[in-house]
Design a protein around this ligand. Structure first.
Ligand code: AGP
Length: 622
């Protein structure tokens, strides 16, 4: 959940790292800091509590000089947000400096040992313990040769338990930087005469699209004028080709929108389209299955599907559950990853396990997938956005959602792209199993490819009315979101969006469940968002739910199908979405309306839409 960066080259490093940290601020933003190796060989640090803007101000007042540096933006896990707890951290003598993303699980016992060895601590963090351990091992080491550096690093790593990506510098190492990765992301950027390290790709984009992903338990050494060297868990140098990242810096910029979230909602159609690209037709089926790394004979032997995810990704997984059962006639179950881990569920032979995650770094999802990998009974795959992320190395295959970096903490275009990937996967599996005939496959796929344009229509045509509704309801004390069947997960997702960025309590509910309790909440002060597209088989039932709510004074915002005027009298306001042939695609369009609504309410309330309080973009702790 933190952003870490490193630079070694010929330019003044601090301004470059500041820009890189700004691009990572969505990963965590309660404190920040940068350290440079000065031309005199000293380590010079500036740290602030609060956002990157505060660091920028401090650096303006006191510039740092040096072209080897590291930096950090923090989302606190150990120790409250404060200047003392801000990274970078150093050892007592200030000879070693480092930044860290993750959690050192055994830091307490390590700290006790260090205290006994007369080390003095300044912070409450687990990270500071690492600086002292490095200081000890570097002092034991002999010099700054590649071998000496790597062996002292490995002696430290042997003592650690937990998840970490680290960037480390030492006065004794001179113009060299070490990057280390275990269960938290770290990527190298290869520039012209310069090398960079970052926890996430957007920080590298202004310098290079040429990246190398560091794998777990690997160490990377950045050195003057030479290509970085990667060492594996046994200290052997490994040769890893670089990859061209298909993202440009602009994609990670706001592109003229006030907030990343608004931009990303409008990127939904393109994300859906890109995720379908060259995968959706019969002739692409082989390639699709190859990406998912699932063989035809395995598909024929499948007996059930387990979907693992958290938050918004879990809501996409719930829709996937319906799709697998409806189209592929396969029993399916979407599991909240943090619950699945402790349930005593056995993974039966013939199970396809699909993990869904935008970041590919969500600790609960990774841990749940690790559990499934323990048995050979399960074919594992991921639906992931972040290229090269941890989850993509936990599963046999990955169907990437191609939505580019999602910067806003509230997930929007990634959700839409996850649905696109699920449509592709389920249709492909259903086709192979003969659960849907070629003609039906073609007909459904045709409408699938029309969804991006229907989504564009929804976003463009409904936004003015949604903005007016956001104006009217921005002071609401609470909200109920009701949906049935495929729209029930959308009700949950709509409620999550509203609460996580506008801080208004909102509850998503299966509409049929309303009369079993929640209806007691309904009065004129409890607005109700009803998802009632005509094509869904549950339309009539939704209508009566709306009448029950209306009879108790609720003001209802209803998402309805274009041309359906029959709900006008019951709803306070209706928002129309295009007619669809297949109800399975309704969630994409209805979700877009709820995303816009949540965004405009939070915007009107003047809240920090892209970086809502208490949240981080990627929850890499359990
Ligand atoms: C989404 O708006 C939330 N920020 C959160 O629920 C998120 O979906 C969840 O943490 C899962 O993240 P992932 O997709 O990166 O695994």
């Amino acid at each position: 959940m933190c952003g870490i960066v490193g630079y070694l080259g010929k330019k003044q490093a601090a301004p470059l790292l500041l820009d890189g940290l700004k691009r990572l601020e969505y990963r965590g933003y309660d404190s920040a800091g940068i350290c440079v190796l000065t031309p005199q060989g000293d380590l010079d640090i500036v740290r602030v509590v609060g956002k990157i803007a505060g660091l920028e101000e401090r650096l303006r007042a006191r510039p740092l000089e040096g072209s080897v540096a590291l930096g950090h933006s923090r989302w606190a896990t150990h120790g409250r947000p404060s200047e003392e707890n801000a990274h970078p951290h150093t050892d007592c003598k200030g000879g070693v400096v480092l930044v860290h993303n993750g959690i050192i699980e055994n830091y307490q016992e390590l700290k006790e040992g260090l205290l006994k060895r007369k080390h003095k601590f300044r912070s409450e963090t687990d990270t500071e313990v690492l600086a002292h351990l490095f200081e000890e091992e570097i002092s034991r080491g002999n010099g700054a040769s590649e071998t000496a550096v790597v062996s002292s690093v490995r002696r430290v790593l042997k003592q650690l338990r937990g998840a970490y990506s680290l960037v480390v510098m030492s006065k004794k190492w001179g113009r060299q930087i070490i990057g280390i990765r275990k269960d938290c992301p770290l990527v190298v950027g290869l520039g012209a005469g310069e090398s960079l390290l970052a926890s996430d790709i957007p920080a590298l984009l202004p310098f290079t699209k040429n990246v190398v992903f560091i794998e777990d338990n690997e160490i990377v050494l950045l050195r003057e004028g030479r290509r970085p060297v990667i060492f594996n868990g046994s200290g052997k140098a490994v040769n890893r080709p670089s990859q061209e990242v298909p993202w440009d810096p602009l994609m990670a910029e706001k592109g003229g929108y006030k907030h990343f979230m608004h931009k990303e909602i409008f990127e939904g159609p393109r994300s859906f389209e890109d995720t379908l690209r060259a995968r959706s037709y019969e002739e692409n089926l082989e390639a699709l299955l190859a990406e998912a790394a699932i063989r035809r004979q395995e598909i024929m032997r499948l007996r059930r599907v387990t979907i693992l995810a958290c938050g918004t990704a879990y809501h996409a997984g719930m829709i996937g559950e319906y799709l697998f059962e409806q189209w592929a006639k396969l029993p399916a179950r979407a599991e909240i990853a943090s619950e699945f881990r402790y349930a005593s569920r056995s993974i039966e032979p013939g199970t396809l396990t699909v993990a869904i995650s935008q970041s590919g770094e969500t600790a609960d999802t990774i841990a749940a997938m690790k559990l499934c990998r323990k048995t050979s009974a399960s074919v594992t795959m991921g639906i992931v956005n972040q290229i090269g992320s941890t989850l993509t190395r936990q599963t046999r295959g990955t169907l990437y959602t191609r939505c580019g970096p999602e910067i806003g903490v509230a997930s929007t275009k990634a959700f839409v792209a996850q649905l696109a990937a699920l449509y592709l996967l389920v249709l492909g599996i259903a086709r192979v199993r003969g659960a849907i005939a070629p003609v039906q496959f073609k007909e459904i796929t045709r409408e699938l490819c029309e969804i991006p344009n229907k989504l564009r229509w929804v976003l463009q045509e409904t936004e003015p009315r949604v903005m007016a509704l956001a104006q009217e309801f921005q002071q609401a004390k609470g909200f109920l979101y009701l949906g049935r069947h495929l729209l029930y997960p959308v009700a949950l997702e709509g409620a999550l969006k509203l609460k996580e960025i506008s801080y208004i309590h909102a509850e998503g509910y299966a509409a049929g469940e309303m009369k079993h309790g929640p209806i007691a909440l309904i009065d004129s002060e409890m607005p109700v968002f009803c998802l009632a597209p005509r094509s869904s088989l549950i339309y009539e039932k939704m209508r009566s739910n709306m009448e029950e709510a209306r009879a108790r004074g609720a003001r209802i915002i209803a998402v309805v199908t274009k041309g359906d005027r029959s709900l006008d009298k019951i709803a306070h306001q209706t928002i129309v979405t295009p007619v669809l042939k297949h109800e399975e695609f309704e969630p994409v369009l209805a979700a877009a309306v709820t995303q816009l609504f949540a965004y405009h309410v939070a915007r009107l309330k003047g809240l920090d839409v892209d970086q809502p309080r208490n949240l981080a973009k990627s929850v890499t702790v359990e």
